[in-house]
Design a protein around this ligand. Sequence first.
Ligand code: HEM
Length: 103
Amino acid sequence: FTTDAAAGEKVFAACRTCHVFDEGVNRVGPSLHKIVGRKSGSVAGFSYSDANKNSGITWTPEVLFEYLEDPKAYVPGTKMAFPGVKDAQKRANLVAYLEAQSK
Ligand code: HEM
């Protein structure tokens, strides 16, 4: 794919109700501060499901691309109530945006 992080920011609108990038700011979901490269379940003070906490995942761009298609399939038992972004181009743009925010 050719990715477009600016277009990905628009896709992130669906995430923003539950996540922000600010360090230490948890909402319904954990802070996504420097999410790319982070180990799953590592935000202090956030009450994760065991499924997410113990998944052993490192959130690389490739893993995020897979996960965000269908979070409940990738992490069975996750409490992230979000169906996923099915469109691959939109998802690739979203991951490019997450990468840009993680620098
Ligand atoms: C967890 C991304 C939408 C609620 C996560 C994690 C990522 C992520 C990467 C794992 C974090 C970690 O291990 O520290 C996204 C993205 C979204 C999105 C990119 C939009 C495409 C949402 C929405 C909600 C939500 C809309 C609320 C309805 C949560 C919750 C968790 C979580 C509660 C913790 C899951 C658990 O402990 O099982 N999200 N998310 N997310 N997210 Fe989202």
